[in-house]
Design a protein around this ligand. Structure first.
Ligand code: ADP
Length: 405
C-alpha cells in the first residue's frame, strides 16, 4: 500500500493545531486543536471529516508531548492513527527559517540545530515549533518529518528589498534583515491567483494581501516574492489586529526615555495592545464594521487608519512591480470583509483598480474575481490554505526523496 496521508502540525506556545490530509485528492480526513496546553483547563477539539463527528475533551494537558499523544489517540479512534502505514510524513509549520532555509527540509539533527540557532529571531514561535517536531519524532522515529518555513517564500527578495538601511556590520552581526512571514500563504495564494487568471505563475505579477489577525502584503513577480511588509519579526508593515505595523523606530526611544517604559513593556504595547485593538478596543473586523455602521467615531478612525496603510502598500508594491496583473485578498478579513476590499481600492481607478459592487458583496467559497469585467488589474478573493500548502510541500519532498533512494 502506498502511503498517501500527511499529518500537518502547527505548534504554538500553548496550542497544537493539526490536520490530516489524503494527498491523492488533497481531502481532509481529520482536523483539530489542543488549546491551553500546560494549564488545568486544556481542551482538545477533534473532528473526523470521514464521519463528520466532532469530539471535545477537557482536562489538564501538561505539555506538547501529552497533547500530541492525545491527538494520536483521537486519530486512532477514527481508524486514522499515527501508527498507520498510510501515513507518509508529518509536515511542521516552522515560523522562522532565517536566510538559510529557502525550501522545506526533511528534519535531521542538523536542521533541528539550525532551527534552534534561529530562536533569538523568533523567541516565542521557534521553541514551540521545535517541541512539536521533537515530540512527533519520538512518537514516529521512522517517519520523515518535514519543516516548512514561514519565511522561505520570501528568501527570493533582492538585497535592495531585504536589507534595512542601517550599518551593515551591525546588521550582519545580529542577522537583522527583512525575513517576512506568512510565506506559505503568500506562495499558495499567488499561485492560486495565477490559476484563477488561467495563466502560469511565471507570467503573472500579483500583490497578495494576507489580512487576518496578523496581516502582511507581498509583491510577487512571476511566482517569486520581491518584497513583503513584515520584517525581522511579524511586527512591521500593515495595521493588524493587535500589532502596530510600521512606526517610527524613535517611538521606542521616546517611550523608554520619556515614558520610562521597559523593553518588554514596549514589546507588549506594540505587539499586543496596538493595531485595531489599541485604536478602538476591538480587533475583530466584524465588530468594527458594525460599530462604524452605528456611527462610532473611534471605530471609524481605526478603520480609516487600517485602510490608509493598506493603500500605501498597494501603491508601493505597484511601483515595485511596475506591472500588476492581480491583487489578491486573503485570510479572515481579506476573504470576508467586502468593505475592506472596497475601501482599499477606492480612488485607485487611475491604476486600473476597482471592484464591482455586486461581485464584491456576493459571498462564495472558492477563489473569485470581484473586479469589473475587462478591468486592467484583476481584483480577486483567493482563500488561503496554509495546511494544504504545507502538506503539498511535505508530500512533494518525501516523494522526491523516495525517488532518490
Ligand atoms: P489568524 O491571523 O488568527 O489566522 P484569520 O485569518 O482567521 O486570523 O482572521 C481572523 C480575523 O478575520 C478576525 O479577527 C476578524 O477580524 C476577521 N474576520 C473573520 N470573519 C470575518 C467576517 N465575516 N467579516 C469581517 N471580518 C472577518
Amino acid at each position: 500500500m502506498t502511503a498517501t496521508r500527511v499529518l500537518v502540525l502547527n505548534s504554538g506556545s500553548s496550542s497544537l493545531k493539526y490536520q490530516l490530509l489524503d494527498m491523492r485528492d488533497s481531502s481532509r480526513l481529520a482536523t483539530g486543536i489542543v488549546e491551553r496546553i500546560g494549564e488545568r483547563t486544556s481542551r482538545l477539539r477533534h473532528t473526523a471529516l470521514t464521519t463528520g463527528e466532532t469530539r471535545e475533551t477537557s482536562g489538564p494537558v501538561a505539555d506538547h508531548a501529552a497533547a500530541l499523544k492525545a491527538v494520536a489517540e483521537e486519530l486512532g479512534r477514527d481508524g486514522l492513527g499515527m501508527d498507520s502505514p498510510e501515513l507518509a510524513a508529518i509536515g511542521h509549520r516552522v515560523v522562522h527559517g532565517g536566510s538559510s532555509f529557502t525550501e522545506p527540509e526533511i528534519v535531521d539533527d542538523a536542521v533541528l540545530a539550525e532551527i534552534e540557532r534561529l530562536v533569538p529571531l523568533a523567541p516565542l514561535h521557534n521553541p514551540a515549533n521545535l517541541t512539536g517536531i521533537r515530540t512527533a519524532r519520538s512518537l514516529r522515529p521512522d517517519l520523515p518529518q518535514v519543516a516548512v518555513f514561514d519565511t522561505a517564500f520570501h528568501t527570493t527578495m533582492p538585497e535592495s528589498a531585504a536589507r534595512y538601511a542601517i550599518d551593515v556590520s551591525t546588521a550582519d552581526e545580529y542577522r537583522i534583515r527583512r525575513y517576512g512571514f506568512h510565506g506559505t500563504s503568500h506562495a499558495y495564494v499567488s499561485r492560486e491567483t495565477a490559476k484563477l487568471l488561467g495563466r502560469a505563475p511565471e507570467d503573472v505579477n500579483v500583490i497578495v494581501l494576507h489580512l487576518g489577525n496578523g496581516a502582511s502584503a507581498s509583491a510577487v513577480r512571476g511566482g517569486r516574492c520581491v518584497d513583503t511588509s513584515m520584517g525581522l519579526t511579524p511586527l512591521e508593515g500593515l495595521v493588524m489586529g493587535t500589532r502596530s505595523g510600521d512606526v517610527d523606530p524613535a517611538v521606542i526611544f521616546h517611550l523608554t526615555r520619556v515614558g520610562g517604559m521597559s523593553t518588554d513593556e514596549i514589546d507588549t504595547l506594540l505587539n499586543k495592545k496596538s493595531g485595531l485593538i489599541g485604536l478602538c478596543g476591538d480587533n475583530d473586523m466584524r465588530e468594527i464594521r458594525s460599530r462604524v455602521d452605528e456611527g462610532d467615531e473611534q471605530a471609524r478612525l481605526a478603520f480609516d487608519i487600517y485602510i490608509h496603510r493598506l493603500k500605501k502598500y498597494i501603491g508601493a508594491y505597484y511601483a515595485v512591480l511596475g506591472r500588476v496583473d492581480a491583487i489578491a485578498f486573503t485570510a479572515g478579513v481579506g476573504e470576508n470583509a467586502a468593505a475592506v476590499r472596497e475601501a482599499a481600492v477606492a480612488g485607485l481607478e487611475g491604476l486600473g483598480l476597482a471592484v464591482d459592487a455586486g461581485l464584491n458583496a456576493a459571498r462564495g467559497d472558492g477563489a473569485r474575481i470581484v473586479s469589473p469585467e475587462g478591468a486592467r488589474v484583476t481584483v480577486a478573493v483567493v482563500p488561503t490554505d496554509e495546511e494544504l500548502e504545507i502538506a503539498t510541500q511535505t508530500y512533494a519532498l518525501v516523494g522526491a526523496s523516495h525517488d532518490l533512494t
